[in-house]
Ligand binder design. Structure first.
Ligand code: ARG
Ligand code: GLU
Length: 654
């Protein structure tokens, strides 16, 4: 017994401290990491990364749309991001006559660049710790509601001083470390962003769902936009009189290439991580949430795939729906596996034990048990909540019954009928009746089978509407509110637990969980071992594209021009993608990947699926981000798009 505790403690000591290359750091506080970065090869200073006195790298990075990153690569507002980040805009400009998704798009002049209403980019002007200001007037006896109201009032005061009519500034006050610290972010948001170029999907989405989250990877996942501004360089609505935005800073492009061991860093907007959660949160994800959601999505994907394989028209209709279901489905598989492989639950349990020993007699005593109790109380209703979202609420017929603007263009009823039967059955079998509305129970007893119920729902609008309303109302009034309440209580305890962990591991530098604010992650180019006896090289080449080429498989059918170029010779070792150890997550798509000198070497677009548990725990052995090599982007612009006139405004270094 003693011995096993000792071993567990040892294991915890060995696994828990921030490991090499782990972390998503706040640019304004990068001085905390700069020595480590420089020791690992970084050649610049903290001021080069973030400065409020002079132009710095942060001025070349934007939040692109609502969940991606982009970077400025010319002094005339030219911007790179991923193809999958620009996808919906490219799609909106596509028609049968001009299928830009299929054929690619290259504006031959500024006049041909295409406007995208609704698309914005945000530059960070500054960020600063405003914890004291935001909590001014706080008294420990305040309720959480009063504290929240105070924070909002104080935040508004700060913001009103900054946001002035016509200056284009926006602000947000964000909680870090579960509300132990507050940062003010000041942005300038531009709203005239035009499409300049995109490769054909057979390059930009090469490998499709088959290769998604995978290595070896050969996706040319980029698209090119340009930011426009009023003549005074300020944000403006789309107008013909707008001019290309002149950034404070744009990136130089390095064509020197990458090799294993090279220092790299990623500057972008990671969306969400949970690195400091309790073992029970991880156990729930690993044992319940991930496996159940994976199984449900496997059913849905199989149904879609069956019909998509039978008809080209259905494949087009459902490819985007399929992609979004498959993306998380594949990520969760890697996450579940990675959590088990790293013994994250027992390691966290051992950590919690040590924490409690330390916490005896302090205000933190018993806090881990408190969290365990809250999770135990929350989990049944949370499981029901997740089931609703993964089953009955995905049935399109039931969405249609409540939404007159439902998009029928991408709808194929036979798929939805099968979904209905499969999802309603799974829902009914998995959950106790207390989680179902009375209408559901009544109808279930009335129909002889799920098939019969389905026929009624797809024949009589009133049946569809009745069921849709019953399920949605029950979900939003009975299921969702207690889940929200639990999450509030849990987060409140985390505020203390987080603080406690920081005191307990006094000396360790903690990075705040991702929340779509600008961060720097750093690491180096490195392959990995996915399996015993297998090592993956960190760089992929055009040769691999030709190896995968198969006109009969949609995901691997490359444009003829690539075959011709390859046949001409000389391009076999053209680099395409590379791996590195940077800690990234969703939202980092499109982020610039920079070298030791701060020059652009790649564009981040994915992680390897075996390492996706990095949203909960980072394992330097196997967590890798996947980047497009900027030299492949240049190759595609020139050889495929014949758009090398764009090079005139870029700055190259070798
Ligand atoms: N896995 C990447 C991400 O999480 C790419 C997703 C888009 N590509 C795709 N094949 N579905 O966003
Ligand atoms: N493809 C993801 C995105 O769109 C990045 C992959 C990840 O690291 O989760 O942000």
């Amino acid at each position: 017994m003693k011995r096993s505790i000792f071993l567990a403690a040892l294991l915890a000591l060995w696994v828990m401290p921030a490991k090499a290359d782990e972390g998503m750091w706040l640019p304004a506080l990068i001085s905390q990491r700069i020595e480590d970065m420089q020791a690992k090869g970084f050649k610049l200073s903290a001021e080069d990364i973030y400065s409020i006195n002079q132009a710095s790298l942060k001025d070349a990075v934007v939040l692109f749309g609502s969940g991606c990153t982009g970077e400025l690569v010319s002094d005339e507002g030219l911007l790179f991001t991923n193809h999958h980040c620009g996808y919906s805009f490219i799609q909106r400009h596509s028609s049968v006559e001009h299928d830009y998704l299929k054929d690619g798009f290259w504006a031959k002049s500024r006049a041909e660049e295409l406007a995208n209403p609704g698309l914005t980019v945000r530059f960070l002007e500054s960020m600063e710790d405003v914890t004291d200001l935001v909590l001014k007037g706080y008294k420990p006896k305040m309720t959480e509601e009063q504290r929240q109201a105070l924070i909002e009032k104080n935040a508004k005061k700060i913001q009103d001083k900054i946001v002035k009519e016509g200056n284009g500034l926006k602000t947000s006050v964000e909680a870090l470390y579960y509300g132990n610290q507050y940062f003010l972010f000041v942005f300038r948001e531009y709203r005239d962003v035009r499409l300049v170029g995109a490769p054909p999907s057979s390059i930009g989405k090469f490998g499709g769902e088959t290769d998604n989250w995978m290595w070896p990877r050969h996706t040319g996942d980029f698209s090119i936009f340009r930011i426009y501004a009023a003549p005074n360089n300020m944000p403006a609505d789309y107008s013909e009189t707008n001019v290309p935005y002149r950034p404070k800073r744009s990136l130089k492009i390095s064509r020197a290439g990458v090799k294993e061991g090279d220092f790299t860093f990623v500057y972008g907007c990671p969306g969400s991580t949970q690195e400091y959660v309790h073992s029970e949160a991880v156990r729930y994800i690993q044992d319940i949430s991930d496996p159940e959601k994976i199984a449900l999505r496997t059913m849905r994907l199989n149904i879609m795939k069956k019909y998509m394989d039978q008809s080209q028209a259905v494949r087009i209709q459902y490819s985007s729906k399929f992609a979004s279901v498959a993306n998380a489905w594949k990520k969760w598989q890697g996450e579940e596996k990675g959590l088990r492989k790293n013994y994250v639950v027992p390691v966290k349990q051992a950590y919690e034990k040590r924490f409690e020993e330390w916490a005896q007699g302090t205000r933190y005593e018993g806090i881990t048990q408190q969290l365990a109790t809250l999770y135990a109380a929350r989990n049944p209703i949370f499981r029901a909540y997740e089931y609703y979202r993964e089953t009955v609420l995905t049935i399109e017929k039931l969405q249609m019954a409540r939404n007159p603007r439902f998009n029928m263009k991408d709808y194929y009823q036979p798929i939805d009928e099968e979904m209905f039967v499969a999802m309603m059955t799974a829902f009914d079998q998995a959950l106790d009746d207390e989680y179902k509305p009375q209408f559901f129970l009544d109808r279930r007893n009335q129909y002889s089978s799920m098939e019969a119920w389905k026929d009624a729902v797809f024949t009589f609008e009133s049946e569809a509407k009745g069921l849709a309303d019953a399920l949605n109302d029950f979900f939003s009034t009975v299921i969702a509110p207690p889940v929200a309440e639990f999450n509030k209580s849990i987060n409140l305890v985390y505020r203390d637990y987080m603080k406690g962990q920081m005191e307990f591991e006094n000396g360790k530098v903690f990075y705040p969980d991702a929340n779509l604010t600008l961060r720097v992650a750093y690491g180096h180019v490195e392959g990995y071992r996915p399996l015993d006896a297998v090592y993956y090289d960190p760089v992929s080449t055009l040769r691999g594209i030709i190896e995968k080429d198969n006109p009969d498989i949609f995901d691997y059918n490359i444009p003829q021009v690539l075959r011709d170029i390859y046949a001409r010779g000389g391009f076999a070792s053209q680099p395409v993608c590379f791996l590195a150890t940077n800690h990234t997550t969703g939202g980092n798509s499109g982020s610039p990947v920079l070298n030791a000198e701060g020059n652009l070497i790649g564009i981040n677009f994915d992680r390897v699926w075996e390492g996706t548990m990095s949203d909960l725990v980072f394992d330097p052995e196997i967590c890798r981000n996947i980047s497009l090599d900027v030299r492949y982007l240049l190759f595609v612009i020139k050889e495929v798009g014949h758009a090398d006139y764009l090079f005139n405004e870029m700055k190259f270094v070798d």
